[in-house]
Design a protein around this ligand. Structure first.
Ligand code: SOE
Length: 394
């Protein structure tokens, strides 16, 4: 029985760095056998990948993902690259008998997502584990919300209300990056952050979205080409050539669920003042839960079964040992951060490998999210879905 699970991380950007941190931290705070170790970092540029591997504390670097997947001393392939590369890498890794963790969204279209889900199902019959990185499921407060809902404390769900608000594109001079290129990203705010809302909503509600009515917006049609010298957080160089934005800046849609619930969703990178406000509220006939990642250690819970004079939302501090994952970290009240979700993700993935179980969300779950993304884009493209207000200028 192997004592280590050696991981090849493919991708050296934000998520590659975050996943490297998670693989290193997981065995230090959770009892994992076999324990994971980030053994190889793969990137498209050899020099930058060498530098990133040194910075991430990963002993080996390569610019050849196919060679990495072919190695006998690699057990897990962790895909942290833009969406247009996910299918080719995941299919090759599954075929090579590697366990696969793939960042969200699973793919850039339903056809690729379905191919990946079919390959994952086939690989599972050979004991190969796969999962999609919808990391917010691993927030203690949201895992507590799932427990409360599954225990019937919210009752029959009537409303799902989800907003994912960012503002890093508010400034029209914010530079063009791969996330604004449909060929690489697949979509904009919709797939990048709206996908999180869709997955969280379906997971918490225990019910799939059956239909949507949507509007997409691209507020800034072109942006200055990214000047490598200023980095993502900066602005394009003055007078830099512009690239056409080919994805949405914002998405708004209503949704119907299999269980009859009504959903209202919003995802935007233009919500000035909101850096990363991932919010969801669920109202049922026995109560409600409400979560805002800006206060990620808290869950708001309203118990409609209490005497009327005692009702109303109350704040649960989801840092007690009995809350999911929380007991592995600090004493109650000290709180966790964004990076802990990814450590929890690595823990659950490794425990699924050791236990021979299928971690959630699997590729089939992620393909269902991809179908909702496609339905939103189809609805938004169908002018007949839109009723103009008489007398108003459109
Ligand atoms: C977008 O900026 C982003 O990094 C998403 O890609 C992540 O999935 C989300 O967790 C934070 O914001």
């Amino acid at each position: 029985m192997t004592t280590r699970l050696r991981v090849a991380i493919i991708g050296t950007g934000f998520m590659g760095r975050m996943h490297a941190h998670a693989w290193r931290t997981a065995p230090r705070f959770f009892d994992l056998s076999p324990a994971p170790e980030a053994a190889l970092l793969v990137g498209s540029d050899a020099a930058r990948t060498d530098a990133a591997a040194a910075a991430f504390g990963i002993p080996e670097a390569s610019d050849d993902w196919r060679a990495a997947i072919a190695r006998d001393d690699i057990d897990i392939v962790d895909i942290c690259t833009p969406g247009h590369t996910h299918a080719e890498i995941a299919l090759a890794a599954l075929s090579a008998g590697k366990h696969v963790l793939c960042e969200k969204p699973l793919a850039n279209d339903v056809a690729d997502a379905d191919r990946m889900a079919a390959a994952a199902e086939d690989a599972a019959s050979r004991g190969i584990v796969s999962m999609c990185g919808f990391s917010y499921r691993r927030t203690p407060a949201l895992s507590l919300a799932k427990r409360l809902i599954d225990d019937g404390r919210v009752g029959e769900i009537r409303h799902v209300r989800a907003q994912y608000l960012q503002d890093w594109l508010t400034n029209p001079d914010a530079p063009f990056t791969w996330r604004l290129d449909r060929d690489r990203a697949g979509s904009g705010a919709l797939g990048d952050i709206g996908a999180h809302s869709i997955d969280t909503a379906q997971w918490l509600a225990g019910s799939a979205i059956t239909g949507v009515s949507a509007t997409l917006r691209t507020f800034v049609a072109s942006r200055p080409r990214l000047d490598e010298r200023v980095g993502l957080g900066g602005h394009g160089a003055p007078g830099a050539p512009h690239e056409r934005v080919t994805v949405d800046d914002a998405a708004a849609f209503t949704a119907t669920f299999e269980n009859g619930a009504l959903g209202v969703f919003e995802a935007t990178r233009m919500a000035a003042g909101h850096r990363n406000a991932n919010r969801i509220e669920i109202n049922g006939d026995r109560g409600s839960i409400a979560f805002d990642f800006s206060f990620m250690n808290e869950l708001q819970f309203h118990d409609a079964q209490l005497p009327a004079g005692e009702q109303g939302f109350r704040r649960i501090d989801a840092t007690e040992p009995e809350h999911p994952y929380a007991g592995a970290w600090w004493p109650a009240g000290h709180g966790l951060g964004y990076e802990h979700l990814f450590t929890h993700q690595s823990v659950d993935f490794v425990r699924a490998i050791a236990g021979g179980t299928a971690p959630q969300p699997g590729f089939a779950d992620a393909a269902r999210v991809q179908r909702v993304l496609a339905a939103v884009e189809a609805s938004a493209a169908d002018e007949s879905r839109y009723t103009a207000v008489e007398g108003a200028r459109s």
